[in-house]
Design a protein around this ligand. Structure first.
Ligand code: OOG
Ligand code: MG
Length: 253
């Protein structure tokens, strides 16, 4: 099958909220082909009127790599349809088997068109916010190879961003908690994200440049989860709490 056909399978799985077999069980494809499938998958969304709003990094923490059995950084694209307003609702029936994880989100201040160093990164970022990412693998049993998950837009499905704060703060060691129904279910510090979430901005800039993805002012960057992800259930009240920068949350209906 060609990349368009493979993307179509994943797009249908997302639209129908019905997971499919891993592509890698029947197809052999490398990581660059996986990114080509991802790009094609986004074309399907853009054709339905969705708009690109940013990037997300994945497997930036040991906890996530261990949980999912993979060992490399990945990146995906976010659209306006994936954004749930802070305090809003997520409709469980629109997802296959969603999980949630606590993150930090950056807001891009000026177009990023090259690989940024850690020193340059703050110049390109306007603000940071606590955030939650909802990941929903389109593969049965949430099981995939690195190529599979990249083709599936890195399980991107929804995200929530809290209040923006000046991006001046040292983000390298902030306590991060995932709270479900008023109970802390996962916790770590922001150091779990590559030792320092600002490094996520550098990697995102490198990968966007490498794959020719525009990364304009006003884009979001989800830096990657600090902890493992947990499955969502109907009625859950979910919150991310990040020291100094506050909370973001939603309700599962
Ligand atoms: C892939 C997405 C990983 C993160 O923050 O590490 C990710 C997955 O776990 O399904 O978003
Ligand atoms: Mg994530």
């Amino acid at each position: 099958m060609n990349t368009e056909q493979l993307a179509q399978i994943l797009d249908n799985a997302a639209l129908n909220a019905e997971p499919v077999e891993q592509l890698s069980l029947t197809e052999t494809f490398d990581i660059d082909t996986a990114y080509a499938i991802q790009e094609q998958l986004l074309v399907c969304r853009y054709e339905r009127g969705e708009k690109f709003v940013g990037l997300k990094m994945g497997f930036t923490s040991e906890a996530k790599m261990k949980q999912m059995g993979v060992n490399d950084l990945i990146w995906g694209r976010l659209t306006d349809k994936m954004l749930i307003e802070n305090g809003g609702q997520l409709n469980l029936s629109e997802f296959c088997h969603p999980r949630v994880e606590p993150e930090i989100c950056f807001l891009v201040k000026k177009d990023i068109d090259k690989e940024l160093t850690l020193e340059e990164a703050p110049e390109y970022i306007d603000a940071v916010a606590p955030a939650l990412e909802v990941i929903d693998s389109r593969y049965k049993n949430f099981k995939f190879s690195l190529e599979d998950v990249v083709a599936d837009n890195c399980s991107s499905s929804a995200f929530v961003v809290g209040e923006w704060h000046d991006a001046v703060a040292d983000l390298s060691n902030l306590k991060m908690e995932l709270i479900v129904n008023h109970k802390v279910v996962e916790a770590d510090t922001s150091a779990a994200i590559l030792g320092n979430p600002w490094k996520s901005v550098c990697h995102a800039s490198r990968l966007a440049a490498k794959y020719g993805q525009e990364f304009p002012a006003g884009s979001y960057l989800m830096a990657g989860a600090a902890t493992g992800a947990v499955f969502l259930n109907q009625g859950d009240l979910v919150k991310a709490r990040v020291r100094l920068i506050g909370e973001a949350g939603f309700e599962v209906i």
